[in-house]
Design a protein around this ligand. Structure first.
Ligand code: NAD
Length: 487
């Protein structure tokens, strides 16, 4: 791979995300040659550490032997500065350190500021980076931020205004790690690379599309964050909206970030924003109760006993445009469900006339074709077709054409963060959320939230190990349809 040159400053550099995901992903890029001689890293957080201590911590996070030569060489590019992000004076110290690193590793003034911090700090950090001159270099300056991007439209806009004072939209990379997943990127390849698929990709031939992000675990240690967020904010506003916009968008003029984003935004603009009655009918929320060896959500550590937080959400989305009018998108996500997986099921319409099922033939009615995209854990596709059953007579049965990424390839699949960090170095915003996408997603989600806040839910309403509350099934059966994945 071509070597890329940049200084990285990781704010929140001693956090869980940094050690668990960011440094190991950087190390993968190092092993592949994307990072080589000309990169430097400054970790910063409140914790007091020496450079050596920080390097040891990073080394440990890589999971290599302590004496691994490549790993030791990699961490020799790392330095550390203890720093309170609200302390203006300290940015001068950071600037000095950044300039030193720039010289030492010949970084051409390229800088990536990675804010792996609570979003309440984004504005402060961005402001000081600019006012204290850390962005005054000849190279590029880019800022990477983690979710959550606000908790509603208004707070997201405030956050964006604060960031926009120091960085313009082209310089801001909003992480949605689902966009770094191989099979999510494959949605575009499968749609726009195949006449067979794209020519049928509309309301004439598709009956409905289903997106499921199912988690098997409960809230774990993230309860205090999660209880203030819930499934709607934590999963639907970002990941599900991103997946849905890739499924719904028109073909981009070219395969570049600007053109792809334009189409995603256009799709999101035609997503129907619900009124109170529509939101109540078309969205279902859930919270898990106790299971066999499982406490109820309300009994989890750091969750209030009367919490009305949603650990599950299912909904029906409608696009008011020529391509999708009349073809709903059903979505669902939740914790403590039957299994851990993400998949998209595209259900095609049945043939208008079923010539095989007549009384003398006793054939079961034809089934709908389904294209399933398995996103994780096993990446692959499956296409369900009707075929003749082998043997005498003329019966039909559904068969599946399957393709799964094999174990060797899936081991070589880049981690989402590896791909996304690489994209930031290239300056490619394709797999990040633009402000417009974020804002249209909030506009839609806020409306659901507003309606929920008016009504007291009957929680808990689903059992761990199920696929959510009964109402999530009713949501689709009342339209005379079924979830393709069901227990
Ligand atoms: P964390 O609590 O483990 O780490 C936070 C870091 O920020 C620590 O290094 C801490 O020292 C530093 N920090 C806090 N206040 C500071 C201050 N005033 N000055 C300087 N440093 C300060 O958090 P995390 O789990 O690593 O998450 C970081 C960000 O990434 C958050 O925005 C979070 O929402 C997001 N995120 C995390 C995950 C994950 O899996 N951990 C997933 C998605 C998004």
């Amino acid at each position: 791979a071509a070597e890329r040159t940049s200084l990285f400053i990781f704010f929140g550099g001693t956090g869980d995300l940094a050690y668990r995901k960011l440094y190991p992903s950087m190390f993968n890029l190092y092993k592949k040659g994307t990072l080589r001689e000309h990169f430097g890293v400054i970790g910063t957080s409140r914790e007091k550490l020496t450079d050596e201590q920080f390097q040891q911590n990073v080394l440990k996070s890589l999971g290599t032997a302590k004496t691994d030569k490549e790993a030791l060489k990699f961490v020799s590019h790392f330095g550390y500065e203890a720093h309170d992000v609200t302390d203006k004076a300290h940015y001068q110290v950071m600037k000095k350190r950044a300039d030193e690193m720039d010289k030492k590793f010949k970084l051409n003034g390229n800088r990536i500021f990675y804010l792996s911090l609570a979003p309440s700090f984004f504005g402060t950090v961005a402001g000081y980076l600019k006012s204290e001159g850390l962005t005054d270099t000849d190279g590029f300056d880019r800022v990477v931020i983690e979710k959550p991007f606000g908790r509603d439209y208004d707070s997201a806009q405030q956050l964006n205004d604060a960031l926009s004072k120091s960085f313009d939209e082209k310089q801001i990379f909003r992480i949605d790690h689902y966009l770094g997943k191989e099979m999510i990127q494959n949605i575009e390849a499968v749609r726009f690379g195949n006449t067979l698929v794209e020519s049928l990709w509309n309301n004439r031939y598709i009956d409905n599309i289903q997106v499921t992000l199912s988690e098997k675990l409960g809230v774990e240690e993230r309860a205090s964050y999660y209880d203030n967020s819930g499934a709607l904010r934590d999963m639907v506003q970002n990941h599900i909206m991103q997946i849905v916009s890739l499924l719904a968008m028109e073909q981009p003029v070219s395969f570049t970030d600007v053109d792809i984003r334009a189409e995603k935004v256009k799709a999101l603009r035609s997503l129907r924003v619900y009124n109170v009655a529509e939101a109540s009918t078309n969205f279902v929320r859930g919270q898990y109760g106790p299971g066999d060896d499982q406490r109820a959500y309300r009994d989890e550590d750091n969750v209030p006993h009367d919490s009305n937080n949603d650990t599950f959400v299912a909904g029906k989305l409608l696009f008011d445009n020529y391509r999708w009018s009349g073809t709903p998108f059903y979505i669902r996500t939740g914790k403590m469900l039957a299994d851990k997986f993400t998949r998209v099921d595209v259900v095609f319409k049945k043939p208008l006339i079923d010539i095989f099922s007549f009384p003398q033939n006793h054939n079961a009615p034809l089934e709908a074709n389904v294209l399933t995209m398995y996103i994780e854990p096993h990446a692959g596709f499956s296409l369900r077709l009707n075929a003749k059953t082998n043997g005498q007579g003329f019966q039909t049965e559904p068969i599946n054409l399957d393709y799964f990424v094999d174990a060797k390839d899936s081991k070589a699949t880049p981690e989402p963060y590896e791909r996304l960090i690489h994209d930031v170095m290239k300056g490619d915003g394709t797999n990040f959320s633009s402000w417009q996408e974020v804002s249209y997603a909030w506009r839609f989600v806020d409306q659901i939230r507003k309606v929920w806040d008016l009504q007291k839910p009957e929680f808990p309403n689903y059992t761990p190990g199920s696929m959510g509350p009964a109402a999530a099934d009713e949501l689709i059966t009342r339209d005379h349809r079924q979830w393709v994945y069901r227990l």
